[in-house]
Ligand binder design. Structure first.
Ligand code: SAM
Length: 260
């Protein structure tokens, strides 16, 4: 089977063709997916992307899904994982109610759910507010956060705690540039960051994913778990889970088929 993993980040397998605009491995083809998918139509049996679609605007996301349809062979399968807006909103409402009823105490879980909703969309610098929270020495709702976004958060937290650095001094040249072009430089820095692929530009749930997939021609929409799939030997590739641990438990996992 010819299998394609788009926006793979550090999660790729050598049985797959892997693509990302940041590549640190010869196994990952460097390419900006906003420019399309760099392969001929009808060349893959499987296209997969995890936590990539939400980094595209709604329009560009539709183009991405349309391009996935084109590169798939007839009977090919698309598998998508994205943060599940429905689960985020449900948890937000639960924590809102708890916070409201318990008026004397702050509810850090409520604060966290707000971050899941907004931080990756509104941030203008790497890591945003989530980085600040995960880097706190005393994190009272650590387990809640790890349950929400997975063991990956533990790694991020450990690396933040280990790599605490004092702010770098900027060079004389940069300070001069800052003085001369302060506003332009700030706009440029924010613009560059916001186009770097880190921020979320849209969010999805089962309903909008089904509509999106069907709008470009996919059929047989199915909600899966991290462990279930129509892709043969899915768990062998360890893309959504390893040893029973789900990498991104805040996800909805869906599949659909191209049948023409
Ligand atoms: C949140 S990470 C997910 C990585 C991996 N799929 C996973 O599930 O762990 C999003 C990835 O999409 C990549 N990405 C975002 N926009 C992209 C684009 N326009 N072209 C190619 N890759 C892109 C980023 O570089 C990043 O590696």
């Amino acid at each position: 089977l010819n299998k394609l993993n788009l926006g793979c980040g550090n999660r790729f397998h050598d049985d797959w063709v892997n693509v990302d605009f940041v590549s640190h491995s010869p196994l990952v083809k460097q390419h900006n997916l906003l420019k399309g998918i760099p392969f001929k139509d009808h060349s893959f049996d499987v296209v997969y992307h995890s936590h990539v679609l939400e980094h595209f605007t709604k329009n560009d996301g539709k183009k991405l899904i349309d391009n996935c349809f084109s590169v798939l062979k007839n009977h090919g399968i698309i598998r998508i994982a994205v943060p599940d807006l429905e689960s985020i909103v449900k948890n937000y409402l639960i924590e809102l109610q708890k916070g409201w009823e318990n008026k004397t105490h702050a509810n850090p879980n409520y604060d966290w759910m707000l971050l899941e909703l907004f931080d990756q969309t509104v941030r203008n610098e790497y890591g945003g507010e989530i980085k600040k929270i995960l880097g706190k020495t005393n994190l009272e709702n650590e387990q809640f956060i790890f349950n929400r976004i997975g063991e990956e958060a533990r790694h991020i937290r450990n690396s933040f705690l280990q790599n605490r650095q004092s702010p770098k001094k900027s060079s004389l040249f940069l300070s001069l540039l800052h003085k001369l072009f302060q506003n332009n430089l700030e706009n440029w820095t924010i613009g560059k960051f916001r186009k770097s692929g880190e921020i979320h530009q849209w969010m999805y749930d089962k309903y909008s994913l089904k509509q999106l997939l069907e709008s470009v021609g996919f059929t047989g929409f199915k909600i899966q778990s991290a462990f279930t799939s129509q892709i043969h030997d899915w768990n062998l590739y360890e893309l959504d889970s390893k040893d029973g641990i789900i990498f991104k438990p805040d996800s909805i996992f869906v599949e659909a088929q191209k049948i023409i």
